[in-house]
Design a protein around this ligand. Structure first.
Ligand code: DGL
Length: 263
């Protein structure tokens, strides 16, 4: 069995929502989790600058960790940079995380779907193309939230979030039209599943909240050669913060996810 790790990449802690699914599916694998917290949040970056930044960070990560596969556990990064990364590093395997618009279009009964994401993901041509390709018969509302990713970070770190603020952020997702109403909200930022219980609680009516984490983990598994011995790996998984200085609460969170913080 190869010891090459699976590399997870996000701007912050959001990718942990995908990592926890991958751990269940691939208990014998080693994981390296990278939070580009020096550049958080990605949602507000200008596109060309962010693409260049991600390519630079990845060049160094690939060289150092030689992963079996890299999971870009971030919609804001994937919708912008996945094609560029594949082109720059043609020998590497990448799995991206992009808004789950296809499953939403297949599942909706009312035809009213909302995509809750960062302002960056909402702006992307990639996201518009997904809607054109898979959801042309639906009414899709793109809702860009400036605050939710940071709220999810704070919630996971401090254990508290102001529900009124969550409610304000999600309210634009709920539409009523011709007697129908929104029945699906796509969580198109990997940070958001951490807040889904608060979203459920403050939503004006029940909807399906689509979290693609398991599907992404399955996709990664399907691209890897079988890992032979399925012995769980113990204690070898690390978390790397590009700032070099995650605060104590973030360190504790990483330990809770079975990751040793480097540095
Ligand atoms: N977790 C990231 C995503 O899936 C974005 C958070 C950020 O704004 O950096 O889009």
């Amino acid at each position: 069995m190869t010891d090459a790790p699976i590399l997870f990449f996000d701007s912050g802690i959001g990718g942990l929502t995908v990592l926890r699914e991958a751990r269940v599916l691939m208990p014998g694998r080693r994981f390296v989790y990278v939070a580009d917290d020096a550049a958080f949040p990605y949602g507000n970056w200008e596109e060309a600058a962010l693409q260049e930044h991600i390519a630079g960070v990845f060049g160094r990560l690939l060289e150092r960790h030689r992963p079996a596969i890299s999971v870009i556990a971030c919609n804001t990064a994937s919708t912008l940079a996945i094609a560029d990364l594949r082109q720059r590093f043609p020998k590497e395997l990448f799995v991206g995380t992009v808004p789950a618009i296809k499953p939403a279009a297949e599942r909706t009964r009312s035809g009213l779907v909302s995509v809750l994401a960062t302002p960056g993901t909402v702006k992307r041509q990639y996201t518009r193309d997904l809607i054109r390709q898979w959801a042309s018969k639906c009414h899709v509302r793109l809702v860009g939230s400036v605050n939710l990713a940071a709220l999810a970070e704070a919630y996971m770190r401090d254990g508290f979030v102001d529900e009124a603020v969550v409610k304000t952020e999600i309210t634009p997702c709920f539409m009523e039209r011709d007697g129908g109403r929104t029945d699906i909200v796509v969580l198109a930022c990997t940070h958001y599943p951490f807040l889904v219980n608060r979203m459920r609680k403050t939503a004006p009516w029940p909807v399906d909240w689509i979290d693609p984490a398991e599907a992404i983990a399955r996709r990664a598994l399907s691209l890897l050669p079988p890992d032979g011995v399925a012995e769980p790996s113990h204690g070898d998984d690390v978390a790397i913060f590009t700032s070099g200085r995650p605060n104590p609460a973030t360190r504790r969170l990483m330990h809770g996810f079975g990751l040793t913080v480097e540095g």
